[in-house]
Design a protein around this ligand. Structure first.
Ligand SMILES: [Mg+2]
Length: 177
């Protein structure tokens, strides 16, 4: 089954619980980490349902390889925009463009792209400026939960990963899929 909405997702404190990350050296590669409650199951279910999922994440390529492989999630990503490889971090448009390019998408596809993340300044502001939909996952104790300007005002707010499938279906209804 094909779905028209395309999911761009952050990893740290969106899928992975940053509070559980294990590194051999401070600031180095993450070797292991736990997932946020409900995140792994939700992402796997969306993949199984046929959604196209792209990773748009700031960090080291090896860190994401390690943690996604650990949880059996590495195969769900049709594209990966990782800041170490791209050379810039979110909210830089090049991170989002990198994912679009890998998926063969153009500007006319932007209305059907939803970026989900925990960071208002990076994920939400970046998605808003790039012109795709933004969803703020309001779970992490490590980042702000309040936005103060239009640039980082999310289109959608989720309190748990399990709310994501219903949001995607709602957007598809809006798009007339
Ligand atoms: Mg994050």
């Amino acid at each position: 089954m094909e779905h028209r909405v395309i999911l761009f997702t952050d990893i740290g404190d969106t899928i992975i619980d940053e509070g559980t990350e294990i590194r051999a050296v401070p600031g180095g590669v993450v070797s292991r980490a736990d997932c946020l409650p409900g995140a792994k199951e939700t992402m796997l279910a969306l993949y199984e349902e046929g959604y196209t999922i792209a990773m748009v994440a700031d960090g080291l390529v090896e860190s994401f390889h390690n943690t996604m492989t650990q949880h059996g999630l590495d195969h769900i990503f049709a594209a990966k925009a990782i800041s170490e490889a791209v050379g810039v971090e979110k909210p830089d448009a090049r991170m989002f463009q990198c994912a679009m390019d890998q998926l063969g998408l153009s500007g006319t596809d932007k209305p059907r792209i939803l970026m989900i993340g925990n960071n208002l300044a990076k994920d939400v502001a970046g998605a808003n400026a790039f012109g795709v939909r933004s969803a703020f996952l309001r779970m992490s104790p490590r980042y702000r939960h309040e936005w103060s300007n239009a640039a980082e005002t999310p289109d959608y707010v989720l309190d748990r990963p399990e709310e994501l499938p219903a949001l995607l279906k709602r957007i598809e209804r809006e798009l007339g899929v």
